[in-house]
Write a protein of this length. Sequence first.
Length: 171
Amino acid sequence: MLPFRLARLLRCPFDGRMLTGMMASEGTPRYGCTSAYSVEGHGKRYVSESKVIGWIMEEAARLRTPERVEMMTGHEDRLRALEERRERLVDAWEAGTLTRGDYLRRIANIDEEAASVEQERRIIDIPAIDWSSEPRAINRVLTAMWEYVELDHDLLPVRAEWRVPEWRMVS
């Protein structure tokens, strides 16, 4: 992890790339688009962490997860069912009742679903954010909660893409 609280989270509205954390000349964290100079018409290049952190903190406070024990049991059941599906596909492939293409497509779907379940399991263990913690610790929590944070043309946050949208408490 990089030593920036918002590393790999802020998405550039001009070209879709993730902004890179860097220190401004005065020693404060900021985030910038590395392709800003090469993309014609690219707008604002940098945003200081201090301009976005208030919104980030408010959005992070919306996290509401279900009970951990209930979720872990559900994940184990889902992974077991996926493994059973995988075994049936292997049997069908070996018996010659599936084409290679169908077999590979279905296995890929199972792998994708299993990865999603594993991601949800990782999210369940999200600790409460201590904003005075080291930047890497904060970044680990934020990247477990969100895929990215969408910015507007002024490089201000407008929306976070939650890994599990149902866990975002709506006020």
